[in-house]
Design a protein around this ligand. Structure first.
Ligand code: AMP
Ligand code: ZN
Length: 466
């Protein structure tokens, strides 16, 4: 099957055709770095990481850019509150963000550009819009002239008239039209600023992504992503800015994740039900949260509750146990050789099932079902007394291939657990009793290799880690 992606622009699932064969240029809007991220912010972070990993598993070379908004009104207000400079505040929360997402098993982006590193490019972009009549200066601010961009509203499927009446936009004398949006904001006294052709000021929010997409990825990219609240106005404005300047589509596929709710309520400051990722992962394994995120399709709302976390923990444990058992049996399997065709075929069929589900607009819950099918087959196989190490390796390779996409397994699984060590020691003692010296030596060697040392004492065997 070919990969099909739901495109917010056309409201349809479309075949995925990259601009350049085997390459994907992808941009996901990143956080404003004035606070720790909450569990809702974790959804785009984890989901788009999985999109990127899946594309890589299909041999695409992915350039993945996600930005930091390190200057805006919220940053200025918060820095003032804390008695810090805006760059100091940004540095703290950029590091915190990177720490949090690393804990969630998110792969590092190709680049995380910051607004403050791209002021020059942003000013150039705005200047091009002013030169072509798509923007106008007004009292030291610069605004986008939405009436000039005929397709304004195409992403969120609204027209200008609807926009005018449909949403509450504050009347502002500096604007020609209420729906015009700011590209450059004049600095108030004491605020951080940069010099520009329109005086001292800073960029508005939307323009940064247009400037960074063009600089780091080019005029048209393959995938542009973010949470569904970004569709309007943020992405609509990005399209208006970029397409006015380049005359080409900004992105071929616009992808938006639905929201995470808590106990079926919207997460919001006024409800006071926000949970920070760093607090959550104090009380549960980050992989449980990751599993939970992927247990729903990204375009469906997802409900965070104790019950759903419990289910995620159980599901994850089944996969982790199978992985640990396979590792253990691989280490102790005494025979290798040809694998029964039925097993190889079954593993290949499950791998196809996984890809088919991911190809269907990244259907992670159904892809996880394929992982469970593999786990069930592996568990059944391991019930046999004598296993073929080559078959065990095939199960393990497939589970690892799935995990390269989903990122759920604990790295620590490479180490032997205490119970596994005890179990091997018992097996070794049995082997010696039955004079199976080869097997006894094999187990000793394996333990040595894993840094476990055995010591014969009058009370029996003692073991210690190196
Ligand atoms: P914000 O910090 O609100 O600018 O959000 C940063 C990113 O997280 C954006 O892509 C938002 O769409 C996304 N986001 C914020 N809240 C949620 C939520 N409750 N569920 C899913 N995504 C969210
Ligand atoms: Zn953006």
């Amino acid at each position: 099957m070919t990969l099909r992606v739901y495109n917010t622009l056309t409201r349809k699932k479309e075949d995925f055709v990259p601009i350049e064969p085997n390459k994907v240029k992808m941009y996901v809007c990143g956080p404003t770095v004035y606070n720790y991220i909450h569990i809702g912010n974790g959804r785009p972070v984890i989901f788009f990481d999985v999109v990127r990993r899946y594309l890589e598993s299909q041999n695409y070379e992915v350039t993945y850019i996600t930005n930091f908004t390190d200057v805006d009104d919220k940053m200025i207000r918060k820095a003032e509150e804390l008695g810090q400079t805006v760059p100091e505040l940004a540095e703290t929360f950029i590091q915190a963000f990177l720490e949090d997402i690393r804990a969630l098993g998110v792969n590092e982006a190709t680049k995380n550009p910051r607004v403050t590193e791209n002021i020059h490019e942003i000013i150039d972009f705005i200047a091009a819009l002013v030169d072509t009549g798509y923007a106008y200066e007004s009292g030291g601010d610069v605004y986008y002239r939405t009436t000039k961009f005929e397709e304004y509203g195409k992403l969120s499927h609204q027209n200008l008239d609807e926009l005018q009446y449909g949403i509450r936009i504050e009347v502002d004398d500096r604007k020609e039209n209420p729906q015009d949006f700011v590209l450059w904001k004049a600095a108030k006294p004491g605020e951080i600023y940069w010099d520009s052709p329109w005086g001292q000021g800073r960029p508005g929010w939307h323009i940064e992504c247009s400037a960074m997409v063009r600089k780091y990825l080019g005029e048209t990219i393959d995938i542009h992503g973010g949470g569904q609240d970004l569709t309007f106005p943020h992405h609509e404005c990005e399209i208006a800015q970029t397409e006015a300047v380049t005359g080409h589509p900004m992105a071929n596929y616009w992808m938006h994740n639905a929201f995470l709710n808590i106990d079926n309520e919207k997460m919001s400051k006024s409800l006071g039900n926000g949970i920070l990722i760093r607090d959550l992962i104090q009380r549960l394994k980050p992989q449980v949260f990751r599993f939970f995120m992927l247990s729903a399709h990204y375009r469906n709302p997802l409900n965070f509750s104790d019950e759903s976390l419990k289910q995620a923990a159980n599901g994850l444990e089944r996969i982790q146990n199978a992985y640990d058992n396979l590792k253990h049996r691989l280490d102790t399997a005494s025979q290798t050789g040809e694998v029964e065709a039925a097993i190889t075929d079954r593993i290949a069929a499950i791998a196809r099932q996984f890809d088919d589900k991911m190809d269907d607009d990244f259907n992670t819950p159904d892809a996880i079902t394929a992982v469970f099918d593999l786990v069930a087959e592996a568990n059944l196989y391991l019930q046999q007394e004598r296993v073929n190490g080559t078959a065990v390796q095939q199960f393990l390779d497939q589970l690892q291939a799935f995990d390269a996409v989903l990122g759920l397994l604990s790295q620590a699984a490479d180490e032997l657990l205490d119970e596994e060590i005890e179990q091997l020691i018992v097996e070794r003692t049995e082997a010696r009793k039955t004079k199976n010296w080869a097997r006894a030596d094999e187990i000793r060697d394996l333990l040595t290799e894993k840094g476990i040392f055995l010591e014969d004492t009058p009370q029996g065997i003692r073991w210690r880690r190196k």
